[in-house]
Write a new protein. Structure first.
Length: 302
């Protein structure tokens, strides 16, 4: 298992032949912000990087961009997007594809998400906010942005997707309750992890020229717990002593993403880049049912 110093040294060897385009959904805080900072830090000045931060907070994005390394070859920008609205996600993808200055995507980071809320009302599209963030928005964005990922592959460049949840240790699926309306919050987290493994497998099948990696980042100081009830946040506060920073996590996530052995196909990894097996509950029957559910729920007209 690599050390942080080894992972950072490996990332420092990042040497794309032309300016990479990196889209980070959920990039204004937490792990997404850490990934933005890692890519900006390691992009070689000769080609720089075009980093597109996607999220809801303009002020947070402005602060991040102001602190990133300045290279004449680099371009940083923010696109405001509420990922609980699948229609908005589809419009975002359509707009990106139509932009003349975005001819490809080399790295698509799917880090938007929130802890399942107690009794949270459904969105206007009939989806719980946590499911919209963790699944429907992530995989609809990947499907709709596939032409730009394929364009990168056509150039002989990296075309890679990273989704962040809990790889390889998912819980069982109740096929009669795919929206997780009857499942307890604690049990739903395990099921969500299996869903993410399934979506990783299915995306790799549908975008075969790209790699799709599901990573469990471990315990990270991030904004994920902001949706916890206040009493839970208070009780969990001591755990911060055992968590890594979002900046450190960003290094580990980029290390896992850039793995030279993960150029295509589906991959499942732990926080330090170790390969793991997919969830045992991601069998063919579950894959078919879950993917159909995710795809149909996210097939919102634009």
């Amino acid at each position: 298992m690599a050390t942080l110093a080894q992972a950072t040294a490996s990332n420092a060897k990042f040497s794309p032949k032309s300016q990479p385009v990196i889209v980070v959904m959920g990039g204004t805080s937490g792990i997404g912000e850490g990934i933005v900072r890692a890519f900006a830090r390691h992009a070689p000045p000769s080609v720089g990087a075009h980093i597109i931060i996607v999220g809801r907070s303009q002020s947070a994005a402005d602060a991040i961009i102001a602190s990133l390394p300045v290279h004449p070859t680099s371009k940083y920008e923010f696109i405001s997007l509420d990922c609980t609205s699948i229609r908005s996600v589809r419009l975002f993808a359509k707009g990106l594809i139509e932009r003349p200055d975005v001819e490809k995507i080399n790295y698509l980071i799917l880090s938007q998400g929130a802890f399942p809320s107690f009794g949270a009302p459904e969105t206007k599209e009939g989806i719980s906010p946590s499911m919209a963030l963790m699944f429907h928005s992530r995989y609809r964005a990947a499907l709709d942005l596939a032409p730009l990922l394929n364009a990168a592959a056509e150039l002989g460049e990296d075309a890679r997707i990273l989704t962040i949840m809990n790889a390889g240790v998912g819980g069982p699926i109740d096929l009669s309750d795919l929206p997780l309306k009857r499942m307890r919050i604690t049990a739903s987290l395990g099921t969500m992890s299996t869903y993410t493994d399934i979506c990783t497998l299915e995306l790799a099948k549908r975008i075969p020229r790209a790699s799709v990696t599901h990573v469990y980042p471990g315990a990270v100081k991030s904004g994920f717990g902001r949706s916890f009830p206040r009493v839970v946040q208070w009780l969990a506060a001591p755990m911060n002593l055992f968590m890594i920073s979002a900046v450190e996590c960003g290094e580990w996530m980029v290390y896992a993403l850039l793995d030279p052995e993960s150029k295509t196909g589906a991959h499942f990894k732990r926080g330090h880049g170790q390969h793991v097996e997919q969830s045992k509950y991601a069998d063919e029957k579950a894959r078919e049912a879950v993917w159909k559910f995710v795809e149909e729920k996210s097939d919102v007209p634009v």
